[in-house]
Design a protein around this ligand. Structure first.
Ligand SMILES: *Cc1c(COP(=O)(O)O)cnc(C)c1O
Length: 378
């Protein structure tokens, strides 16, 4: 039996207080006890999402909240601008197609961030656009887009800004209300340190107006039902009680540290990971790198599918490979949620050792030294 290390950008490792909460006896969701807990969870989610608006909780993976934002904010035949540049951004395009929304794509090369001026131009050319869809952190490339500037552009128009922050929340700065994000989508299994199974969607007043009027078919994901139930700290359908109890435990841990401090720690770990990778002689894939995940280009002659498998098989360290077109070309190390500095030292060491085993010219210890140089107390 070997100790396992999980460093993927979802699911992420669980802190002990979350694991403990998951093992508690189940309680009934239509009780005063549960409603008090759900109310506290609601306040915690608002702090994390940085909004005064309700944060609706769905029992689904993150994609459920992505789907909810499409079917609640748009009607068939409407137009949306979609910022591309990775596998998750492409999901917005597919969801729009499923709901018969016309897509105006903004193409972005993998590894690059969108130039916010392209969003301004797309909205000028398509004043009929009702929404702009983007990712905050594009987990497949490790890029974080400049949502503050994009928000300042979209808020001057009739369009709503919809942001997939499933991996970005609690890793990259995301001032939902202050930046003018109209729909903030997230999920449980990344920065929030929970198992997969919960999705979150928070709407601005501008977006709620659209949700009242949209004509797309919707039932389980109809935001109006959740808003109505929230008045009594309740949910329209059975809550995923154990996951919400665990969410309460996770939020209490996050709030005890403070959202700012939590983000600062992610930034420090991300920075040190990037330094470690570069000190090994490897190159970062993202031009504007996220603090949630580091995507690394394969060194000459190394297939990252082989590298990730080698690291798993020999060292029981789970990293992520590349997705889609990036398969074999990049590997990814997450530094979000409960992943700490010493987990990352393990990850970097396993990368160094495995690269050497695969014949790459890496001097052992270089990456670790650079990482420690940034992490240690000064
Ligand atoms: C993980 C992730 C998703 C996927 O969500 P599911 O929980 O698998 O439905 C979507 N978008 C981004 C940016 C992600 O990182």
């Amino acid at each position: 039996m070997h100790k396992q290390y999980l460093l993927t950008p979802g699911p992420t490792p669980l802190p002990p207080q979350v694991q403990e909460a998951l093992g508690r006896p189940i309680i009934h969701h239509r009780t005063a006890e549960y409603r008090a807990l759900f109310k506290r969870v609601q306040q915690g989610l608002q702090t994390v999402v940085q909004t005064t608006q309700p944060v609706v909780v769905f029992t689904s993976s993150g994609t459920g909240a992505m789907e909810a934002s499409v079917c609640n904010l748009l009607s068939p035949g409407e137009t949306a601008v979609v910022i591309l540049g990775g596998k998750f951004a492409e999901r917005w395009k597919d969801l729009c197609a499923a709901y018969e929304v016309k897509v105006i794509p903004i193409s972005v090369s993998y590894g690059e961030a969108v130039d916010p001026q392209q969003v301004r131009e797309a909205l000028k050319a398509h004043p009929e656009a009702s929404a702009v869809f983007s990712t905050l952190c594009e987990t497949s490339t490790g890029v974080v887009h400049d949502m503050q500037t994009i928000g300042s552009i979209v808020r001057e128009t009739n369009a709503v800004l919809v942001v997939d922050a499933i991996s970005g929340l609690l890793a990259d700065e995301c001032r939902t209300e202050a930046w003018g994000i109209d729909a903030l989508v997230s999920g449980s299994q990344k920065g929030l340190m929970l198992p997969p199974g919960l999705a979150f969607l928070s709407l601005s007043p501008k977006a709620w107006k659209r949700a009242e009027a949209a004509k797309s078919p919707r039932y389980y994901f109809d935001m109006r039902a959740y808003k109505k139930a929230l008045v009594d700290d309740d949910t329209p359908y059975t809550s995923s009680v154990s996951l919400v109890v665990a969410l309460d435990a996770a939020l209490q841990a996050i709030l005890a540290e403070g959202v700012e401090a939590f983000l600062k720690r992610s930034a420090l770990l991300a920075n040190a990971t990037r330094a470690g990778i570069q000190a090994m002689g490897l190159k970062l894939f993202a031009k504007r790198p996220s603090n949630g995940v580091t995507a690394v280009r394969a060194p000459e002659g190394v297939d990252t599918k082989k590298l990730v498998k080698q690291i798993q098989d020999r060292y029981q360290v789970t990293l992520a490979g590349g997705q889609g077109e990036m398969a074999g070309k990049v590997f990814r190390i997450a530094h979000m949620g409960y992943i700490g500095a010493f987990d990352l030292l393990v990850a970097l060491a396993s990368v160094e050792l495995s690269l050497i085993e695969l014949g790459a010219s890496v001097t052992p210890g270089q990456g670790l030294k650079a990482f420690q140089g940034l992490i240690g107390a000064r």
